[in-house]
Design a protein. Structure first.
Length: 260
């Protein structure tokens, strides 16, 4: 049984097209009736819109097998007085969901990803945190890859803010325990006896997604089709307890080696 990441794993960070073997991998799971969940840290599009995009480019799975942080957000963060930071699509999605954006005296700082955070935005976030606002990350990715460049991910920025202000933070999406518990709850609709030890998590985020999955007892497949070009860039520097169980170049490599 599987939890499967999207960006950098099923679709390319460069142009959002399917990565080799990804459509075929999902089709084979369907054919063999193997339970799985698509677990993404999407925040730029509304959940249903991103799901529809994935199906429009050839992925065949039902919405019941899809989970992203926006689907948990309302249960985790109040809609009142939020200073949100991220791409414009993320801010528009929040407003559509009824969140009240406040950049004067916010109760919560809500952080998603974009490649061009400014020094002024960091200064504003620090002031809000020192004034008592709480800090929440939509997810805790290590690196954000776009346009053949790699930027600090939300997890890296959360650590920066934590170090600067001593403020603790919560995480809505991967690799939070709450997110993985919700994914497990939904997977149990397909197999009611499944536990984390029965699941293989596949992702290109070895520090974020896979580290958190490993700590919960999941097996982990690291694909180097996204954030990292080779395993040598990152795996040797990881603590042994969170190193991935197996490394593949992409989803096609998993199929070719008969490892599903």
């Amino acid at each position: 049984m599987y939890f499967i990441d999207v960006q950098g794993t099923l679709i390319s960070d460069a142009d959002k097209s399917p990565i080799p073997g990804s459509i075929e991998f999902i089709s084979l799971l369907n054919e063999k009736k193997i339970p799985y969940m698509i677990v993404t840290n999407n925040t730029k599009k509304a959940s249903w819109d991103f799901y529809e995009y994935l199906t429009s480019i050839g992925f065949d799975f039902t919405y019941e097998k899809y989970l992203d942080p926006l689907m948990l957000l309302e249960s985790r963060v109040s809609k009142e007085s939020v200073a949100a930071y991220g791409a414009q699509d993320f801010l528009r999605t929040l407003e559509t969901m009824g969140y009240k954006l406040d950049y004067e005296h916010p109760h919560t700082i809500l952080l998603a990803i974009k490649e061009d955070f400014s020094a002024e935005e960091y200064a504003q976030m620090i002031d809000f945190l020192l004034a008592g606002a709480s800090l929440v990350g939509m997810h805790e990715t290590s690196i954000y890859a776009k346009n053949n460049k790699r930027y600090p991910g939300v997890g890296a920025i959360l650590k920066l803010l934590e170090f600067a202000t001593s403020a603790s933070y919560d995480v809505v999406g991967k690799p939070s325990v709450a997110f993985y518990n919700e994914a497990l709850r939904r997977l149990r609709v397909q197999n009611n006896s499944v536990s984390f030890e029965d699941i293989i998590m596949i992702s290109d985020d070895v520090k974020g997604d896979l580290g958190g999955a490993k700590e919960l007892g999941m097996n982990t497949y690291f694909v180097t089709s996204g954030k990292y070009k080779t395993q040598e860039e990152i795996v040797p520097f990881l603590d042994d307890r969170v190193k991935p169980d197996t490394v593949f170049s992409d989803m096609q490599d998993i199929l070719d080696k008969g490892m599903m």
